[in-house]
Design a binder for this molecule. Structure first.
Ligand code: S3P
Length: 169
């Protein structure tokens, strides 16, 4: 079913909340374009995000993330935008997300996400220490920011990615 939206549809949430899978599903369902901000960042920096974190540090990564997000949200063609989990940290990103997109927060508990990510080795912020504790900390820090920026909050606990996507749709 082709949908005509006046704004992009941005998905926000913790790493592992399903932004990529659900974003792809929604874009297919609505015959829209899909962009993954992390992929666009990797195209710009020419290496994996985890390597960039290791060599350049998180602050530099956040600057690049803000540039890429601004560029993607400024495109006239309306797309589904899967953001990185930390995109809400900068106030300027939150303003842009709200101005240029309808924002959906994919909310899932840190326990559920930790189960889903058990074998994931790609996410630099979860490589340090105990991943569950890290997710609990990120949730405390970011849940208010995701809620602040969101037009809709969709709870995904106990649901498959397809079920969450149907709920969002
Ligand atoms: C980050 C999440 C990652 C990626 C980067 C930083 C974060 O994206 O942008 O590693 O701060 O939560 P995903 O949420 O797609 O894993």
């Amino acid at each position: 079913m082709t949908q005509v939206f006046e704004k992009h549809i941005s998905l926000v949430g913790l790493p592992g909340s399903g932004k990529t899978t659900i974003g792809r599903y929604l874009a297919r369902r609505w015959s829209m374009g899909y962009v993954d901000v992390d992929v666009a960042i990797e195209e710009q920096i020419g290496c994996a995000i985890r390597d960039f974190f290791a060599t350049e540090g998180e602050e530099r990564f956040r600057e690049v993330e803000a540039e890429v997000l601004a560029r993607l949200l400024a495109r006239p063609e309306k797309t589904v935008v899967a953001t990185g989990g930390g995109a809400v940290l900068k106030p300027a990103n939150r303003e842009r997300l709200r101005a240029h997109s309808t924002v959906v927060y994919l909310s899932a508990s840190p326990h559920e996400i930790a189960r889903r990510l058990q074998r994931d080795t790609q996410r630099p912020l979860l490589q340090v220490g105990n991943p569950l504790q890290r997710l609990l900390d990120l949730h405390v820090q970011r849940d208010p920011l995701y809620r602040e920026v969101a037009d809709f909050v969709v709870a995904g606990n106990g649901l498959s990615a397809t079920q969450v996507a149907q709920r969002v749709a």
